[in-house]
Ligand binder design. Sequence first.
Ligand code: SF4
Length: 216
Amino acid sequence: MPAILNLSLSRRFEEPMTAATLRLRRALTRLAPAFRRLALRNGHLASLTPVQAQAILFCGRTRPNLATVGHLARELGSSHATAVGIVDGLGRRGLLERRTKPDDRRVTLLTLTAQGKELFCQLEADNPALERALASLPASEQERVAQALESISAHLAAEGIFQLSAPCPGCCYFRPQADPASSRPHFCHYFRQPLSESEIHLDCPKHKPARLASVG
Ligand code: SF4
């Protein structure tokens, strides 16, 4: 048996998981293929591959000045070159455009075309199976499950497994209503800039959950 496998097996027996940890781990592992199937189903409807669908969702959900190829690569867990290939493919299909960031010419921003936006709306809306499954939980339970999953995501993101993008509410850098009379009443202490109501609902790759600000 290879040494590395021996090591992982011995660790596993030295530190046995509790029954709850084991159940949670199995539940999450089982959900992964279900989400892949949902993505495939959506991708099939829009004749996109799952990873192309993920790229379209990234561009539609992320704050426009942060929708860069680099952030897309981290979101997909891919290399920069792979992300560029995906962007090129979507560009050839007329779904996505690149433009140089006005204040930093080294950075390329990704924008959905009108056709890309249409597809984004379909991908966002077309998930009735998931919506039915979520609606089966009472609201209070949805809140608890959301908090638990957010905690797991934040820990995995802190270990560099993937990039955690999320809207501003709940971020440790977010100051809501810092200037209530302004058209951009909220404030971000990370970027040191005011934010409008619509901006705070878009995903940000720099989001850091306030509850877990000490992680990472
Ligand atoms: S760092 Fe936090 S507060 Fe600032 S824009 Fe990103 S999510 Fe919003």
